[in-house]
Design a protein around this ligand. Structure first.
Ligand code: A2P
Length: 276
């Protein structure tokens, strides 16, 4: 079995394939539909979407049309960051299931601890309220796992201190150059699994000369180095692409980056989204 479809196990025993197709910034309609269908045809069994991406319907249609049994595909979606009350959370989740055309999702996440236009706002009470709704989805079997995204250790402490079920996942921006050390150390200590979004630094990392040199040594692409690096860190990763050859390339990760080269990659610092 190829490395990218092998599973990690969450603390509740649910299995999650190492590589998922990220669909942030894939337009709804034919782009999202075609990308998801291509990914499934090339062996992906993990698709990540969100209500905020507005492509859940296209993702769901592609999943249905793929003919692959529902239970073989790991589907994540997310509660929009602005929603911080119980009733809207319940309604929004039901709408996501409906758009995706599924009876359950494999993972449901709070998209962020605060609305995107109010980053840093204190939403502690609201996060507890929506997480309690998510605990119900979990108990009803409509979400096989629940968790958070973009949460700091303090944001997670608030959930743990006021709710019943430990979040199983924290999905964060994690890539070469952005080590996320304090969040990852905290999550590892609690058994909260890390999923890395923007694993290629939304594409900017692919021009980095250090990464390109390592890639040359292994006769692979910079994208493959970025993804393999994250797998060797023990996290799942969600590369996004709408191009078939890249969707395929991002599954070819059956090589090992030597320890000394991992250290070289660790030494790359800074947010690549600001590199020119
Ligand atoms: P595209 O969708 O046009 O193929 P991230 O996953 O970090 O968000 O990065 C996504 C960006 O990287 C997109 O611009 C995507 O372009 C590009 N990309 C994804 N996979 C590859 C690849 N294997 N080679 C080059 N660029 C890629």
């Amino acid at each position: 079995m190829k490395e990218f479809v092998k599973n990690y196990k969450l603390i509740n025993g649910v299995e999650i394939p190492k590589i998922g197709l990220g669909t942030w910034q894939i337009a709804p309609g034919k782009d999202a539909y075609n990308s998801v269908l291509m990914a499934l045809r090339h062996g992906y069994r993990h698709i990540d979407t969100a209500a905020a991406y507005q492509n859940e319907k296209s993702v769901g249609d592609a999943i249905k049309d793929s003919g692959i049994p529902r239970e073989e595909i790991f589907i994540t979606t997310k509660l929009p960051a602005e929603i911080k009350d119980y009733h809207t959370a319940k309604k929004t989740f039901a709408k996501s299931l409906d758009l995706l055309g599924v009876e359950y999702v494999d993972l449901y996440l709070i998209h962020a601890p605060w609305p995107w236009n109010e980053i840093g706002k204190d939403c502690r009470a609201g996060n507890v309220e929506v997480y309690k709704a998510m605990e119900e989805f979990y108990k009803e079997g409509k979400a096989k796992a629940i968790g958070v995204s973009n949460f700091s250790p303090e944001d997670i402490e608030n959930i743990i201190g006021n709710c019943e079920i430990m979040p199983m996942v924290n999905q964060i921006g994690y890539f070469i150059g952005l080590d996320q050390k304090s969040t990852i150390d905290y999550c590892n200590a609690k058994g909260i699994f890390i999923i890395a979004y923007s694993p290629l630094g939304i594409g900017y990392l692919l021009k980095n000369t250090v990464i390109l040199e390592v890639a040359e040594k292994y006769s692979v692409s910079a994208a493959q180095i970025c993804l393999r690096y994250l797998l060797q860190k023990g996290v799942a990763a969600l590369p996004k692409s709408t191009h078939e050859e890249r969707i395929i390339q991002n599954t070819e990760l059956d090589f090992e980056i030597a320890k000394e080269d991992m250290l070289i990659l660790d030494s790359v610092k800074g947010d690549p989204r600001r590199w020119s």
